[in-house]
Ligand binder design. Structure first.
Ligand SMILES: Nc1ncnc2c1ncn2[C@@H]1O[C@H](COP(=O)(O)OP(=O)(O)OP(=O)(O)O)[C@@H](O)[C@H]1O
Ligand SMILES: [Mg+2]
Length: 324
């Protein structure tokens, strides 16, 4: 790949057409599951979690493939669209189950009253079919975990990403819901209508929830990821199947590069980059496999940079992650 037509720093305006992006950086994003190469032992861990109906807790270094694994399982076992819950220190169990916009509903009620018309000034979908009261359904949405626990004929796939970044209590809070595979939406349990259609996470599909009770019929396939930044309580760990992503080998890393870049990955130059990557990781450097994929993408092929520029690009992209 050459950059002659891109930024030169000469101040001359040019309507540039950028080179094609790497296959893993096309937008809208495509699932990467088909390119995933499971390291040794991971398929056993996945199958154990599937058979035991337990979550799989995957730990490993940044870029080890923890978040991508679930796409591979969901695609291969036809589990449908992956539900994603990206955990931060502010995440709560409640928001993963469902969200209720109580202020939005109060506001809608005020608008409806103010208009004084039988069907007020809001679109019809906000009103109850039987009268002009504001319906609760438009203001409720299931979260990723809540959606995963809906009754289905096939298990849903749920990624609980970076659970080690959560508030200390979250793993314990999760235990009860995962143990029972069920939860209640109190606002619907005391609502004056039995069945309410609630929107699922990340989609427009609605599901009838009866008297506020949600209970799965197939336990979801859940992958929880962690960079190992903290320990989890034993009661939480005992309910998971655990897998630590192993250190990369030359063979494994070569397969990952080939899976993403195909024929472009077949040269001696790429083999050298792979073996440099593996040696550096094994001697304790913090490098991610997607840095290797990026450098191979930039430096493979006939038109790629040569000589000093090549070295500069390699150093630029393959910088240790523990330093800025
Ligand atoms: N075993 C693998 N097979 C194929 N691709 C892989 C593999 N491991 C990592 N990758 C690729 O490396 C990139 C990073 O993977 P991913 O985001 O899953 O890592 P991660 O472990 O979740 O990292 P982080 O801890 O930073 O979130 C992705 O583009 C992914 O496709
Ligand atoms: Mg990740």
């Amino acid at each position: 790949m050459t950059w002659e037509s891109c930024y030169r720093g000469d101040g001359v305006p040019r309507g540039v057409k950028l080179p094609e992006p790497p296959p893993w950086r096309t937008f809208p994003r495509r699932p990467l599951g088909t390119a995933f190469q499971p390291p040794e032992g991971l398929t056993d861990a996945v199958n154990a979690a599937l058979c035991l109906r337990r979550p799989l807790l995957v730990t490993g270094a940044p870029g080890a493939g923890k978040s991508t694994l679930i796409e591979s399982v969901a695609a291969e076992l036809q589990l449908g669209r992956v539900l994603r819950w990206h955990v931060t220190s502010r995440s709560t169990l409640a928001e993963a189950l469902y969200r209720y916009d109580v202020l939005g509903r109060i506001h809608a009620q005020q608008l409806a009253r103010g208009s004084g018309r039988s069907h007020g000034s809001l679109p019809r979908r906000f009103y109850r079919a039987s009268n002009s009261a504001i319906d609760i359904a438009p203001f409720l949405q299931l979260g990723p975990l809540g959606t995963a626990l809906l009754p289905t004929s096939r298990p849903r796939a749920l990624l609980i990403d970076e659970i080690d970044k959560s508030d200390l209590d979250l793993p314990s809070d999760l235990l009860d819901v995962l143990e029972r595979g069920a939860f209640e939406i109190p606002e619907l349990a005391r609502y004056d209508r039995d069945a309410v259609n609630v929107r699922e996470w990340g989609g427009d599909t609605r599901h009838a929830i009866v008297r506020g009770q949600v209970a799965c019929t197939e336990f979801p396939f859940i992958v929880m990821t962690s960079n190992g930044e903290r320990d989890f309580p034993a009661p939480f760990l005992r309910r998971c199947v655990r897998f630590a992503m192993p250190e990369p080998t030359v063979d494994m890393t070569g397969r990952i590069v080939a899976a993403h870049l195909g024929a472009a990955a077949g040269s001696q130059a790429v083999a050298d980059l792979v073996s440099e990557f593996v040696t550096r990781v094994r001697t304790g450097e913090n490098l991610a496999v997607d840095q290797l994929l990026s450098v191979v993408f930039l430096l493979a092929g006939d038109g790629a940079a040569k000589g000093e520029q090549r070295d500069r690009i390699r150093r630029l992209v393959m910088r240790e992650l523990s330093r800025v």
